[in-house]
Design a protein around this ligand. Structure first.
Ligand SMILES: [Zn+2]
Length: 245
C-alpha cells in the first residue's frame, strides 16, 4: 500500500475521470483499490478535494468531479498520454516499461512542454497500449465491434486492439505471455473455469479471467482458415477499417 503523500491530488482526479469514462460509479472503495491506498487516506483526500472545489460527494456516496476538477483531471490524463507516446515514439521504450514512468512524469509537464508534445505527436493518436486519452466504456467498445478476450468466440482469429493499462503487473504478465497491441491470436476454447485457451505464434497459452477482461480484440477480416496465410500477419490489418466508424 502506498503512502497517501505520494498519491497526489491529480492522481485522484484522474482516477475519478477514468472510472467515469469507463461507465463506473465512483465510490471511495474503488479509489482505494485503484490507487492502492487505505480507506482513511481516501476519506482525507476527498475532504481536501471537496474543500478545493474539485469534487462533490452525493448523498449516496458517489464521487463526482466539478468542472474545475474535470479540467485538472483531463489535463493530467492528457499529459500521461503524451508522455507515454513520447517515451515510445521518440525514445523507443517499450509499452510494458512506460506506464509507471509516465505516472511520475505527468506531474512535471509544464503547459509549454505540453504544447510542444502535442505539436510533435498530435493529440488524436493512441498510446502504445492502444488507448486514447480517456478510456471508453465496454458498451462503447462493443458497439465498435471490439470484444474482451474473456468473451471472444472459440475458433476465431483476432487482433489485439488495446490493453487495460492500470496494473503494471498485468502488463508485464501479458508481455511475458506474448500478448501486446497488434498481436494476432486464435481463441481455441472458453473454458468452464473462466479461463481462455489461446494460440499465439509462440505457442499455446491459458489466461485467467482478470487478464481475459483486460485484453480487447477486434475480429480479423477473414474467418479462421478461410485465408491460407500464416499467423502473425494479422497485426498489419489493425486499423484498416473493418467497418468501424
Ligand atoms: Zn497507455
Amino acid at each position: 500500500m502506498k503512502d497517501s503523500i505520494y498519491v497526489s491530488k491529480e492522481n485522484y482526479l484522474k482516477a475519478i475521470l477514468e472510472a467515469e469514462a469507463e461507465g463506473r460509479q465512483v465510490i471511495p472503495a474503488l479509489l482505494a483499490h485503484w490507487l492502492e491506498v487505505s480507506a482513511p487516506a481516501v476519506t482525507m483526500a476527498l475532504k481536501r478535494l471537496k474543500r478545493d472545489g474539485l469534487v462533490q460527494v452525493s448523498a449516496d456516496g458517489i464521487v463526482h468531479l466539478t468542472s474545475a476538477g474535470r479540467e485538472t483531471a483531463y489535463r493530467t490524463a492528457l499529459r500521461h498520454h503524451l508522455v507515454e507516446r513520447m517515451l515510445t515514439e521518440i525514445f523507443g521504450m517499450e509499452w510494458h516499461e512506460i506506464h509507471e514512468e509516465a505516472e511520475r512524469l505527468e506531474h512535471a509537464v509544464s503547459p509549454a512542454f505540453e504544447a510542444k508534445l502535442k505539436e510533435k505527436l498530435g493529440e488524436g493518436g493512441a498510446c502504445p497500449h492502444g488507448n486514447k486519452v480517456l478510456p471508453e466504456s465496454p458498451a462503447e467498445r462493443k458497439r465498435r465491434g471490439e470484444t474482451p478476450l474473456s468473451e471472444a468466440v472459440e475458433g476465431r482469429r483476432y487482433t489485439v486492439v488495446s490493453l487495460d493499462e492500470r496494473d503494471p503487473k498485468l502488463l508485464r504478465f501479458l508481455r511475458t505471455t506474448g500478448i501486446g497491441p497488434g498481436q494476432s491470436l486464435l481463441v481455441r476454447t472458453q473454458n468452464y473455469d473462466q479461463t481462455v485457451s489461446i494460440e499465439l505464434p509462440t505457442g499455446n497459452s491459458i489466461l485467467g479471467r482478470p487478464a481475459g477482461e483486460a485484453v480487447w480484440l477486434r475480429p480479423e477480416k477473414q474467418g479462421t482458415g478461410s485465408r491460407k496465410q500464416g499467423s502473425g500477419t494479422g497485426a498489419k490489418d489493425q486499423g484498416t477499417g473493418n467497418g468501424a466508424p
